[in-house]
Design a protein around this ligand. Structure first.
Ligand SMILES: *Cc1c(COP(=O)(O)O)cnc(C)c1O
Length: 361
């Protein structure tokens, strides 16, 4: 077996310990004689799996009782539609455009109502988070929407926007469970699992109960109503059973590590090390404003496309994989999610130093 250091933005690295547990339990889950993949989602064994996953998530984050936790399908993209379909009452919402995901969410919402871009950092290719202290949020906006960590561009909100009393909706796909959060500041949080939590195929939604409406127009598909899933404990139809089980294993791993404060400390240490090297390098440089740097996704460039390509190729040969940057930024991107061990960051820095020595006179 030869595991690489995988810097993919998603689907991304998972904790080795979790993968080993899943392997051990693959053929016979806790004496059931079946894999979790093979059992009824209505059976007693699976019921415990999904309930425990929810409880562990609630414990980790400290989710208040007046919020529901939903395990859904359809990825982040389905949430781009479900959010406006369920939350637009006045048919108006404010979107802060900090990258491609927020832009796509805004465009999707405009199918269902008026989606107003109240701020944007498109002028500098999304290399920063705009000032959100006093935005022109309409009086009758139903919510304010953000993409909290911008996976492609490598920025994160260090401070939440002033929503002027409106509900805050956050796409946390690429920073979910990377640090503690205060759920009460949000009306709705969603995260596709494949970045920082588990395998692709499950999307976690945390929604304040009073936002779960039962007066939606008939035309809203049953599967796209939060109420459908909230009422059924995420078991209205067959859920992504195995993926939820995998997420549950990750939640247990996080608890064992000491929870989200401990995870944040690890993430900050990893990111600090990497940014420190990046700032000292004569060859590589970061692409975003220092104040808005993400702890999870770090884009960087040499300024020379051919050299970037050579770096990515040689890194891969050295067991440091998926470092190619997104096509809209170019260069490289190192995603250093929860499951990336510090040793992976150390190995990347060492490799970059060596490459730098070889390519600077
Ligand atoms: C990856 C990603 C998405 C898209 O998720 P899908 O599950 O592919 O639909 C949305 N938002 C953010 C922040 C992402 O990183």
């Amino acid at each position: 077996m030869n595991r690489v250091f995988n810097f993919s933005a998603g689907p991304a690295v998972l904790p080795e310990e979790v993968l080993k547990t899943a392997a051990d339990e693959m053929l016979d889950y806790k004496g059931s004689g079946m894999s979790v993949m093979e059992m009824s989602h209505r059976g007693k064994v699976y019921d415990a799996v999904i309930k425990e996953a929810e409880q562990d998530l609630r414990d980790l984050i400290g989710i208040p009782d007046n919020y529901s936790v939903l395990f859904l399908q359809g990825g982040g993209h389905t949430q781009f539609a479900m959010v406006p379909l369920n939350l637009m009452k006045n048919g108006k919402a404010a979107y802060i455009i900090t990258g491609q995901w927020a832009k796509k969410a805004c465009k999707e919402a405009s199918k269902y109502g008026e989606a107003i871009a109240v701020a944007s950092s498109a002028d500098r290719n999304f290399a920063y988070i705009p000032d959100c202290s006093d935005l022109p949020i309409p009086e009758d906006a139903d919510y304010v929407y953000i993409c909290e960590n911008n996976t492609i561009y490598g920025t994160v909100y260090k401070e939440l926007p002033n929503t002027k009393g409106k509900i805050l909706v956050s796409d946390m796909s690429s920073c979910f469970l990377s640090r503690p959060i205060d759920v009460t500041k949000y009306g709705l949080i969603f995260a596709g699992a494949q970045k920082n939590v588990g395998p692709a195929g499950v999307t976690i939604v945390i929604i304040r109960n009073d936002l779960i409406r039962d007066d939606l127009p008939e035309s809203v598909p049953t599967m796209l109503q939060y109420k459908t899933h909230a009422d059924a404990g995420s078991l209205y139809n067959t859920p992504p059973c195995y993926n939820i089980y995998m997420c549950g294993l990750v939640f247990k791993w996080l608890k064992k590590l000491g929870g989200l404060e401990a995870m944040q400390a690890k993430n900050e240490a990893k990111a600090a090390k990497f940014y420190e090297y990046l700032d000292s390098s004569k060859l590589f440089k970061g692409t975003v404003d220092v104040k808005d740097r993400s702890l999870m996704n770090v884009p960087f460039v040499t300024g020379d496309k051919d050299l970037d390509a050579e770096f990515v190729k040689k890194a891969e040969a050295a067991g440091l994989v998926s470092l190619k940057g997104h096509r809209t930024v170019g260069g490289m991107r190192a995603s250093i999610y929860n499951a990336m061990p510090e040793a992976g960051v150390d190995a990347l820095i060492a490799f970059m130093k060596q490459f730098e020595e070889e390519h600077t006179a």
